[in-house]
Design a protein around this ligand. Structure first.
Ligand code: BGC
Length: 849
């Protein structure tokens, strides 16, 4: 990245009129910023993030590599791998004409009820920071901007547009701000997104923390962009350090535009503030190659399937294994693959993070492709809502094409103005219809018609219908099935409208092989969301037995097989932006399914396919439990690799896996206020304080070999990784790396503590171990968690091999926030090393002044 020419950027700002400058401060459309030829600025495009790069079209016509969910990335505890994922995303961004990714999401797992838990990394600020820094470096080193979000305390979804989070300053600094601080200072994030919520009485797009902390303390020179529609006032938002209101244009969204020009003219907003905002936009543009026809270095090509398959395996947490895994292929006869998440891959969570992958490998596909003798039984329905119609039942009109439909768009005067041939039945048109070249404004389309053929594979009752908002008329073979207006639940969030809109189904009895011609008509403006977008699906539930029948069939299959692999989990409709979970239980009768299958076959592996923790009340009753997150498009292949021992289950829990819902922080505001009454005590810090036992502790995960922890030494020689944030004084700059050197001498005085841990692979296979170091301060005069993660590193070792790993503990790990500053309580800290927060066999101390 070459240095920016700040004088040049300022001279470009000076060339613009007030109107030109203010125009730049609101998006040009839903995803892009305005171009401004007078400043040499081209159109700069943003896109979500974080599990793939969606691009400007949000459907199957423009597919995106779907990487494992952020919880999975954090579960790797592998910064190099995450940095490579960042590069892969940069590559995707460039392929799709995207300059700035709206990711990573570095809010914390305050509670597993949080709807976007899958989209955030961890409950621990240090792990979140390390993974976040790696993700941002991977993206930005390849010339694509990262947008670290959502600043700040946007850790749950209920009332997310209005909730006021009350959190004390120490908790804010030590937990929630810590990942943002590390990413801004170390990785130099080019953009930060201001959240929807308020903190301590002020909405985040107007909050003094933006200027006070981001600008003034951390020296942030990047852009602050609002979350979509989060900019709510003309003057206070302009006076705050908010630079860009998204989406646009201003005549439809956002409070700036002409009103801001007037406010500047009336002296309510200083024009210097406007200049600073424009400067930050130009700085971002310069960084992504958006000035003067500037270009960027194309990121190196990546073998996407290979990388995603390896990343999936590296994220899977083997939470329990009585020796059944890895499966021994030569002895393996029939493998029963059971469960609602086995046949359809659940590869991502819901909301703005959703992308359309080019393909997905389900667990069933993956195990089949591995050459196993597989038999399948769904066991029970895991989804609570009927999914979109798909192949082989869905065909284009005339019965051609695979899995498709035709859409026809009509103007208000009834003229046919466009058609689309589609390969699926999920439709999302954001602020307008059609694609580039044939774009129609939302008001230009009054009605649309979706036509397809549904073909029965077996005789039975099919449930056919629609999800969406507004008026829908469904016809089957020319006969009206229903004509209804669907309305959203009062108070529902826009993301809920997207992920779980109301659904209307009707039964259709079909003979095997029978086809029916389907026509769905929709009056676009009957939807209250029409100005924003039109989101609808054509849904189809194919015939299946009752849960009792399906569970009985699955049990019989398991009983007659060598091993049962039960894949349970959630879906993007259960875990999503826009709403929190109200229960952590697996949907439907999945717990019963697991128990009955395990009773029928003791060789049962349960694969848990969810982005966030779910309750596993049977965990002690099954031979093995593998937690696989939302595994991205290569999920099934990665699963086969791990089950068969071709890859290590590399993951360690980035978040405590609860045994019950008791004692977890609430997401429910009271009178519009959500108080973080638990303070510092989230995740393992809360379990330790309360003496509660989780199901699986933070940091836990087994590989396929065993390790002994042999010694720990403090103040050993550990080279400093370039750019690491070792010493911090509040408001101070990042200590520069010395010129010419890759690394600094070990242990710059007072900056950090180096810990060396010696471990030995005591098993029969090569393996990878994540060595974790926790700090504690038993005699502290300050209230503190019993222990907190202070550093970690991974080692690889062959059987019998002893390896010493060096871990630098940053000074910040020993500091606490007190009276408006970072403070070190002089005295002796304990440093404990081990394989999880609950297994720390080695202990040493360090005395700090
Ligand atoms: C989400 C953001 C996202 C934005 C644009 C918002 O609803 O909170 O995370 O980047 O939409 O899709």
């Amino acid at each position: 990245m070459k240095d920016l020419d700040e004088a040049d950027l300022r001279s470009r700002v000076a060339r613009l009129s007030l109107e030109q400058k203010v125009r730049l401060l609101t998006g040009a459309d839903f995803w892009a910023l305005y171009p401004e030829p007078d400043a040499g600025l081209r159109r700069v495009v943003t896109s979500d993030g974080p599990a793939g790069v969606r691009g400007e079209t949000w459907d199957e016509r423009d597919t995106s590599a779907n990487v494992p969910s952020p919880t999975a990335l954090a579960a790797t505890w592998d910064c190099e791998r995450v940095e490579a994922i960042g590069r892969l995303l940069a590559h995707e961004a460039r392929r799709k004409g995207v300059d700035v990714l709206l990711a990573p999401t570095v809010n914390l797992h305050r509670t597993p009820f949080g709807g976007r838990h899958f989209e955030c990394f961890s409950e621990d600020p240090l792990l979140t920071a390390r993974i976040g820094v790696a993700y941002v470096r991977g993206l930005q080193d390849a010339g694509v901007g990262a947008t670290v979000k959502h600043f700040i305390a946007n850790d749950s979804e209920t009332e997310r547009m209005t909730v006021d989070v009350r959190v004390d300053e120490r908790t804010l600094r030590e937990l929630y701000l810590a990942p943002f601080e590390a990413i801004v200072r170390e990785a130099g994030a080019w953009a930060v997104m201001a959240a929807y919520n308020g903190v301590n009485g002020s909405t985040m797009t107007e909050n003094p923390l933006l200027r006070g902390i981001l600008h003034n303390e951390w020296g942030y020179d990047g852009l602050v962009v609002s979350d979509w529609t989060a900019a709510r006032s003309t003057v206070p938002a302009a006076r705050a350090a908010l630079d860009l209101a998204m989406p646009g244009p201003a005549r439809r969204f956002g409070p700036w535009g002409d009103a801001l020009v007037e406010a500047v003219r009336a002296g309510q907003v200083d024009e210097a503030l406007i200049d600073d905002k424009v400067l930050r936009i130009l700085r971002l543009a310069a960084r992504v190659g958006g000035l003067d026809g500037g270009s960027h270095v194309p990121p190196p090509p990546v073998d996407i399937p290979r990388e995603l398959r390896a990343a999936g395996a590296a994220s899977f947490v083997l939470a329990r294994n009585d020796g059944l895994l890895p499966l021994s292929r030569p002895e393996l006869g029939r493998v029963a693959v059971i469960g609602p998440n086995a046949e359809v891959a659940r590869t991502l969570g819901g909301g703005s993070a959703t992308v359309f992958p080019p393909y997905t490998v389900s667990p069933l596909d993956g195990l089949r492709a591995a050459g196993l003798g597989v038999a399948f039984a769904p066991g029970t329905l895991g989804h609570l809502r009927t999914s979109a119609a798909r192949a082989p039942w869905l065909l284009r009109p005339g019965g051609t094409g695979s899995g498709g439909a035709q859409v026809r768009f009509f103007s208000p005067s009834g003229d046919l103005v466009g058609t689309e041939q589609r390969d699926g039945a999920v439709f999302r048109w954001m602020s307008g219809f059609g694609s580039a070249g044939t774009r129609h404004a939302p008001e230009a389309i009054a009605r649309l018609e979706i036509s397809c053929v549904i073909q029965a594979t077996e005789a039975g009752v099919y449930q056919l219908g629609v999800s969406g908002l507004g008026r829908f008329r469904l016809l089957a073979d020319g006969t009206e099935v229903f004509d209804e207006t669907l309305s959203m639940r009062p108070g529902a969030d826009i993301a809920e409208t997207l992920m779980a809109p109301p659904q209307r189904l009707a039964p259709l009895s079909l003979a095997a092989g029978q086809s029916v011609t389907v026509l769905l008509e929709h009056d676009v403006h009957s939807s209250p969301m029409a100005g924003f977008g039109t989101f609808l699906q054509l849904n189809l539930e194919v015939p299946h037995g009752t849960d009792d029948e399906e569970i009985a069939a699955a049990v019989a299959l398991a009983a007659g097989s060598d091993v049962a692999v039960v894949v349970v989990g959630t879906t993007a409709e259960v875990e999503s932006e826009g709403f929190d979970r109200t229960s952590l239980a697996l949907p439907g009768r999945q717990d019963e399914l697991v128990r009955r299958v395990a009773a029928a076959n003791p060789r049962t592996v349960v694969v848990v396919n969810s982005g966030a923790p779910v309750l596993l009340p049977w965990a002690g009753e099954v031979a093995a439990v593998l937690l696989t997150w939302f595994g991205g498009q290569e999920f099934g292949n990665a699963l086969a690799d791990v089950l068969l021992g071709q890859a290590e289950p590399g993951g360690r829990l980035p978040t405590t896996w609860p045994a019950s819902e008791d004692g977890l922080p609430s997401t429910q505001p009271d009178g519009g206020v959500l108080s973080y009454t638990e303070g510092l005590f989230i995740g393992y810090r809360g379990y330790d304080r309360d003496g509660r036992e989780p199901l699986f502790p933070f940091g836990h995960g087994r590989g396929y070999t065993t390790w002994s922890y042999d010694s720990v030494t403090v103040d050993c020689d550990v080279p400093k990784p370039p750019g690491a944030l070792l010493a911090l004084s509040p408001g101070g700059p990042i200590p520069p790396d010395p010129p010419g050197g890759e690394t600094t001498p070990p242990n710059p005085p007072g900056a950090s503590v180096a810990v060396c841990v010696e471990v030995r692979n005591t098993g029969a296979r090569p393996g990878r171990e994540v060595v974790q170091v926790y700090a504690s301060r038993p005699d502290s005069a300050v209230e503190r968690p019993a222990k907190w993660l202070a550093g970690f590193a991974a080692v690889d070792a062959d059987p019998g091999e002893t390896v010493t790993v060096g871990i630098l503990i940053p000074e910040r790990a020993f500091q606490h926030w007190s009276d408006g500053t970072w403070t070190l309580e002089p005295g002796t800290f304990t440093l404990s090393a081990g394989s999880s927060s609950a297994s720390l066999p080695l202990t040493s101390t360090v005395t700090l002044k």
